[in-house]
Write a protein that binds this ligand. Structure first.
Ligand code: SAM
Length: 294
């Protein structure tokens, strides 16, 4: 069955009595080269357990199943049950879980599938054509989950891909870029036009792969303060870094914050968008010391 054929997709959905749900970001791939390519680059290790968010009718799921040891696919739309039961009937290494990827226990699902601690006893990676309405929350949930994913390969809106892979100082660089840099490196892999989906979305898309650091690359004195510092710097993007920090950290005198910024090696009027992840770690450590008198 060609799961990227628009006629096949429409027939499967008609048989199940369901329609595309725009509220769930249902734009299904109809260009077969795209799921193949995503599955191909998602992990170098065929022994990986793959987590897929939102299998839809299963076109990427079946490509993943061919290449990797096991696939756990989390789909929120229970209307797709009869479709996926049919399209994945021959993939005996796939488990589909009908749940919300934002609230379900991902570590437990992966542990049950792989046998042991994911990322420790077996390699685990993510591959997905993400529902665009919750791209950033899903990425943050995956990265903050504590699960030691090796790679996270996702299709996102092109503008989001530009932001995720931006360099410090560029117009697209933002809080999410600096936060992602804490966990790994981001590669923008390829772009996908609206015509590759049914129904076509209003925007272009792109696939990015995040290669996570196997061991933490940064050790801030306080992880929470590091994230607060990044968010403070970008909340007031047009302000200088000192003014932006002062708006957030009212317990530290502004003159002290100005002193900290300069002592970290930045110009006094620098803006947050110039700082890389390592710079934010240095800055948040200096704020931590000033606050705690150490
Ligand atoms: N993987 C399929 C493809 O590439 O054709 C479908 C991708 S479609 C862009 C996004 C999928 O995510 C849909 O199947 C949608 O129902 C599902 N989805 C949306 N929100 C979700 C959530 N919170 N948890 C799990 N799946 C979700």
């Amino acid at each position: 069955m060609n799961l990227c054929n628009p006629r096949v997709i429409r027939e499967l959905m008609a048989e199940a009595g369901i329609r595309f749900r725009r509220d769930l970001g249902q734009n299904f791939l109809i260009d077969p080269t795209v799921p193949e390519e995503i599955a191909e680059i998602a992990s170098p290790d065929p022994e990986s357990v793959m987590l897929e968010i939102g299998p839809g009718i299963g076109c990427l799921t079946s490509e993943l199943a061919e290449r990797y040891r096991r696939v756990v696919a989390v789909e929120i739309d229970r209307g797709l049950i009869p479709v996926l039961e049919k399209t994945l009937a021959e993939c005996d290494n796939v488990t589909v879980v009908y749940d919300d990827c934002m609230t379900c226990d991902l570590a437990k699902l992966l542990s049950d599938a792989g046998g042991g601690v994911p990322g420790v006893d077996f390699p685990v990676s993510v591959a997905a054509n993400l529902p665009y309405y919750i791209t950033t929350p899903i990425l943050l949930r995956l990265l903050e989950s504590g699960i030691r994913f090796s790679h996270v390969t996702v299709m996102v809106q092109k503008e989001v891909a530009d932001r995720l892979a931006a360099l410090p100082g560029s117009k697209d660089y933002g809080a999410i870029t600096a936060v992602l840099g804490y966990y790994g490196t981001v590669e923008r892999c390829f772009t996908v036009s609206p015509g590759s989906f049914l129904p076509p979305p209003a925007v272009s898309s792109a696939v990015v792969r995040i290669d996570l650091y196997p061991e933490p690359a940064f050790s801030p004195l306080s992880e929470k303060l590091f994230f607060d510092t990044v968010h403070a710097a970008f909340e007031q993007r047009r302000k200088t870094l000192v003014n932006a920090l002062s708006a957030r950290f009212s317990d530290v005198p502004k003159e002290k914050l100005a002193e900290i910024v300069v002592s970290c090696g930045f110009p006094p009027d620098v803006r947050g968008e110039r700082l890389g992840t390592g710079d934010f770690v240095k800055l948040s450590d200096a704020i931590f010391r000033a606050r705690n008198g150490v």
